[in-house]
Design a protein. Structure first.
Length: 478
């Protein structure tokens, strides 16, 4: 797999591109998407993070609890139930990959924020913490261990990344620290935007500090490096860390005290963290399980976005990118929502909610492919309704045409009222509305004429193959 870490003040997403070696002849990029359905990655980021939370964290706690099953009836009623305590940042991570149903199935009875005042728990219940390794969180943990704390039976503490030695010592010297059944690092600090992109959860603040060379840049750099390092640690592979020499701060006499560019400094910090974990027993040193598929290595490439700044000016014609770029206030990138007009009423809907196969399969595809798939979906829904009408009409006994027509109408209405059928219709109508809006925006801004010019600027080669030339305005988008 390749991991592209692009540094820019405005782009907050990190692109993760898994690569699978084809068993037959190589295919063109994007040719694996056929029909409607999600694109499968070798390591889907959402599924990876969910597995780390529910299996590596919750599963570990449950295993340790199973060995101490209580004998008395009072504690047996609450045995196996867990309280999950987290902070605001890790709460966002949990909510982005796990549903409430999945958390309940993992026997998590409630989830609370560590900074809130919490009620006394049920008798004998254990508490699991998932926290950022900050001084404020350690202070709250020490309070929970005191006699005035919530009074949990045992505490299982997982930090998202490395905890400083001073904070670890403060936690170890806390009163009643013997109630700490486990303290460790889960090494999960990435926030998946989808199965192919993630961010670091801070809204770009740490990255801005790095690029602007603020006094706190060293702390911000180490923090981002530790978060980036959690991806290969979660994958269980040792990365090859490559970087671009040409980046901010790399010039001689620049403001950077180290003399290295931002990319090289970030790469060095990531490498230091990887070496540190390897000395403690890295996951890639563990033998593979019988069904475990794990590569030997992966490549992490850290580049400054200035190496390809020109594409920032190009309109991306892929479905999701075009939606957020062209539809303005009707699309909310941060929340993943879209303003949709249904039955004359405007409302915000979450894109990709539930089993939205159109969004999962087309969000990274060209918008015209998404449009064709939406049209095909509408055709299939209409064909299904027609088949129901024909089946009911042919099976009806001899009767007046009005009775047969009434029976057909009732049957079709019953099928269309089913939750699955209604939801499929709603999703298809929503994507049809989005496609119409995208086409309207393209025509309004004349992107079919501007597109060739943008492509020439980005590639340096015209549509006619002339290096440094410009395409004729009459040509379509290549």
């Amino acid at each position: 797999p390749r991991l592209w870490v692009r540094l820019t003040r405005h782009a907050r997403m990190v692109h993760f591109q898994p690569i699978r070696r084809p068993t037959t002849a190589p295919q063109a990029a994007g040719s694996s998407l056929e029909g409607v359905g999600p694109q499968r990655s070798t390591w889907p980021l959402r599924e990876l993070c969910k597995r780390r939370l529910l299996t590596d964290m919750v599963g570990r706690v449950r295993s340790s609890m199973d060995s101490e099953r209580p004998a008395d009836d009072v504690h047996r009623q609450t045995f196996g139930k867990l309280v999950l305590v987290t902070d605001d940042l890790m709460l966002r991570l949990i909510n982005s990959v796990c549903s409430l149903t999945e958390l309940r199935e993992a026997d998590i009875c409630c989830m609370e924020r560590i900074q809130d005042e919490r009620q006394a728990p049920l008798l004998g219940i254990d508490c699991m913490y998932f926290l950022e390794p900050t001084a404020a969180n350690v202070e709250h943990l020490v309070q929970d261990l005191s006699q005035d704390g919530p009074g949990y039976n045992s505490l299982h503490v997982f930090f998202s990344r490395r905890l400083d030695d001073e904070l670890l010592q403060e936690l170890a010297s806390a009163p009643e620290s013997e109630r700490l059944r486990f303290v460790g690092e889960l090494n999960l600090g990435i926030f998946p935007y989808d199965n192919r992109c993630f961010h670091l959860g801070d809204g770009g603040e740490a990255l801005s500090a790095i690029l602007e060379d603020l006094p706190t840049e060293l702390n911000a750099l180490a923090k981002d490096a530790h978060r980036l390092a959690t991806l290969p640690l979660s994958l269980g592979v040792r990365p090859r860390v490559l970087f671009s020499k040409r980046s901010a701060g790399a010039m001689t006499g620049g403001t950077s005290s180290s003399g290295f560019g931002v990319c090289e400094r970030l790469a060095r910090e990531v490498h230091v963290r990887i070496d540190e974990v390897e000395l403690q027993g890295a996951p890639w040193k563990k033998p593979k399980g019988p069904d475990e598929k794990r590569p030997e290595t992966c490549t992490m490439l850290i580049v400054d976005r200035s190496v390809d700044w020109m594409p920032l000016l190009v309109h991306d014609m892929h479905y999701e990118s075009l939606l957020y770029d062209m539809l303005g206030e009707a699309a909310d990138l941060e929340r993943g929502k879209f303003k949709y007009v249904e039955d004359g009423t405007e409302k915000w809907v979450t894109l990709g909610e539930g089993s939205d196969t159109i969004w999962d399969g087309c969000r990274h595809a060209p918008y015209w492919r998404a449009r064709d798939i939406v049209l095909q979906e509408m055709k299939e829904l209409k064909q299904r309704d027609d088949e129901i009408r024909a089946t009911v009409g042919n099976s009806a006994p001899a009767a007046s045409s009005s009775r047969v027509s009434r029976r057909v109408s009732v049957t079709v209405a019953t099928v269309q009222s089913l939750p699955e059928h209604k939801e499929r219709h709603r999703r298809t109508d929503m994507h049809s509305y989005i496609c119409v809006q995208c086409v309207s925006a393209i025509q309004k801004q004349k992107l079919e004429e501007v597109g060739p010019f943008e492509q020439d600027l980005a590639t340096g080669i015209s549509y006619d193959g002339i290096k440094g030339g410009l395409s004729g305005s009459s040509r379509g988008v290549p």
